[in-house]
Design a protein around this ligand. Structure first.
Ligand code: PRX
Length: 644
């Protein structure tokens, strides 16, 4: 393994940081390791307001965890009410910019008022603690308002990313048995309107549990309103009070369900609860983003994914920060939109993805150079491995060699950041997420759970439960246990491969299961394959990922057709649109390759490994629209496999 370059935090940065040295990090880590309950109890007291304290910090009935058992709290109260008696009352909580250039600044006081009003709207519809809601909205202030209003009442929300299709939305509404859907007429993306309400209507045709749909007006275009079911947000709001006390909720009250791709055709509902999630998300805002009172913080992700839940909405607001929310594409109408926003609002902390960084590199340095980026003091990366070249560019061109970079490894399941440098304490190495945060006992192991030597690849696992961890899979506790906790008994299996170097730094190598990562979006091989075989012309499909210079990975689908043969660009386009219809445009395969038969072992298993090799090395050259004959390689490889 070749030694990689190291970057040390500057003395100036370290001196002001929450955690200032490797020694200070080690001390925190050791405390959390030796006395976890004391450690987390102390964090919980410092970071969070509790209506009632816990009887004990932690309860572990493997694989089920409870944190801050018996405590009562409310995350909406912690994000809003408790700031109102401080100087933060009139601080900007949210600075929002729409893609067309419209703006809104909401102070904590104003945000509180709007959340209370909307919570009263939900109450007026008869919703209460224990109910579930689906939120399908563009990135406008109404989205965090809807989340905070649900949380205020103890209604578990499930935000569905606005890029998902009607079909995908329907599956989620049905699985969650949501009573209410909160949506908007539309939103703006790259100058085009995304017709959310129309898509929701298509999904709702088959969702009998939904009694009410609340529609926020964003684009102003006409939408169909179903009498008795659909209501305009602004109309319902007119007749409600702006006083709404936060419900006193148990620490383990479900806060949200986020559907994510797994290894089967069906997305799984990751369930997060309240108390533990709050504590660890709040701590990581300080440890990782080193948040200071004067900071303007921008996480440029989408609220539809976990990054947006924890680090656009709940984390920054719990900490009383100013969080920037931008509706549209970072390169619209020009490739410098993102840099303009940073200059305009004097953003201090930027958190984005490697895919975005690689796209900025491709657009050219002239775009960031046009803007004054001197307000930036910290940069973050999330969602996929960042290649050292992209890291170096981010460091040099955006951070002007001044800003530490935090490469944060975590997952929808983990709720909060798990492996990441503390920027004032940990020297960074481009491409490594560095070391686990306090309370996170990470390891790299073989299939039997034995730690592998430094430099060797293995499975990344977490050996102990942590406060922000998901509690179960919605309505599928068996799968939760089997898939995550029983494969290497008692340990959490992340699904990622990693290696650790001799300094104990973690290098994340990517997924080891049938999950792909395209532009930081999690896609499941099985989900894509089942979508493809639902098309009437398709007999079989096998999907693999190939490396892609911008999006990290790209999807390649091998397809056999029912009547044999297959050609023509039309069918390629039709199948791509089909996937767009079944899942969402972001899931469309980059390539569709028609084959006469899929390479299989003699026992009938599709040889994805072989297909992966084909798309990576392009051993089988060919026009993607003509039929490929994979049978020869298949036979050869099958023989080899069975002989070995
Ligand atoms: O493979 C890892 C990759 O993203 C997966 C989790 O995806 P998701 O649940 O959608 O959450 C993404 C945002 C937290 C992981 O299993 N991943 C995430 N962050 C990193 C990463 N891979 C390498 N380095 C990272 N910093």
């Amino acid at each position: 393994m070749k030694a990689s370059k190291r970057y040390h935090p500057s003395r100036e940065f370290s001196q002001k940081a929450h955690v200032r040295s490797m020694g200070a990090y080690r001390k925190l880590y050791q405390q959390a390791l030796d006395t976890p309950e004391e450690f987390w109890g102390a964090q919980a007291e410092r970071e969070i307001h509790w209506f009632q304290k816990w009887s004990h910090v932690f309860e572990w009935n493997p694989p089920f965890a409870k944190w801050f058992v018996g405590a009562k709290t409310n995350i909406s109260y912690n994000c809003l009410d408790r700031h109102l008696s401080t100087w933060r009352k009139n601080r900007a909580a949210i600075i929002w910019e729409g893609e067309p250039g419209d703006q809104q600044v909401l102070t904590y006081q104003e945000l509180h008022r709007r959340v209370c009003r909307f919570a009263n709207v939900l109450k007026g519809l008869g919703l209460k603690a224990g109910d579930t809601s689906i939120i399908y909205m563009p990135m406008i202030p109404a989205l965090p308002i809807a989340m905070l209003a649900c949380a205020r009442l103890g209604i578990a929300h499930s935000v569905v990313f606005g890029g998902f299709s009607a079909e995908a939305l329907k599956t989620r509404i049905q699985d969650l048995e949501a009573k209410v859907v909160i949506t908007a007429d539309g939103g703006w993306r790259r100058g085009r309107e995304i017709h959310l309400k129309a898509t929701a209507d298509e999904a709702l045709a088959d969702c009998p549990t939904v009694k009410d749909v609340v529609v926020c007006r964003r684009t102003g275009h006409e939408v169909a309103m179903h009498a008795g079911r659909d209501h305009w947000w602004h109309e319902l709001e007119q007749s409600v009070s702006e006083v709404c006390e936060a419900e006193v909720l148990d620490s383990e009250t479900p806060l949200f369900v986020l559907y994510t791709s797994g290894t089967t055709g069906k997305p799984k509902g990751i369930v997060h609860t309240t108390g533990g999630y709050m504590v660890e998300v709040a701590c990581t805002m300080k440890w990782v983003f080193d948040l200071r009172e004067e900071d303007t913080y921008w996480c440029a992700a989408d609220i539809g994914w976990v990054t947006g839940h924890s680090y656009i909405v709940y984390g920054p607001l719990m900490e009383g920060a100013t969080t920037v929310i931008y509706e549209g594409a970072p390169d619209y109408p020009q490739p410098d939109r993102i840099w303009r926003i940073i200059e305009k609002y004097k953003v201090n902390i930027l958190y984005t993805s490697p895919t975005a960084i690689r796209a900025f590199i491709k657009n050219g340095e002239q775009w960031p150079r046009k803007h004054d980026l001197s307000s930036l003091r910290l940069l973050g990366s999330v969602g996929e491995p960042i290649n050292p070249a992209a890291w170096e560019w981010y460091h040099k061109v955006i951070g002007h060699e001044r800003c530490p970079i935090v490469d944060t490894w975590w997952q929808t399941e983990t709720g909060s950041i798990m492996i990441s440098p503390m920027p004032g304490a940990i020297p960074t190495k481009p491409g490594s997420a560095t070391v686990p945060l306090p309370g996170i006992v990470a390891d790299v192991v073989d299939l039997d759970g034995n730690t592998v030597e430094p430099g060797k690849e293995g499975f990344l696992i977490i050996r102990r439960a942590w406060p922000a961890m998901f509690r179960t899979l919605y309505r599928d506790p068996q799968r939760y246990g089997d898939q995550y906790w029983r494969r290497i008994p008692g340990n959490y299996l992340t699904g990622d491969a990693a290696r650790r170097d001799k300094d104990g730094y973690f290098w994340i190598l990517g997924r080891v299961d049938d999950v792909m990562n395209v532009s930081g979006h999690r896609l499941s091989t099985m989900e894509l394959e089942s979508a493809l075989v639902r098309h009437p012309a398709v007999a079989e499909a096998a999907v693999v990922a190939r490396p892609h210079e911008i999006t990290g990975q790209a999807v390649v689908a091998f397809v056999t057709l029912k009547h044999g043969g297959g050609d023509g660009k039309d069918l390629v386009e039709e199948l791509r649109s089909w996937v767009g219809h079944e899942i969402g445009s972001f899931a469309k395969p980059e390539q569709i390759r028609f084959v006469e038969s899929l390479p299989k072992t003699r026992s009938g298993k599709i040889m994805r490994r072989l297909l992966r090799e084909i798309v990576t090395t392009d051993k089988v050259a060919g026009d993607i629209t003509t039929l490929e004959d994979l049978s020869v390689i298949s036979r050869l490889s099958s023989q080899q496999e069975e002989e070995s």
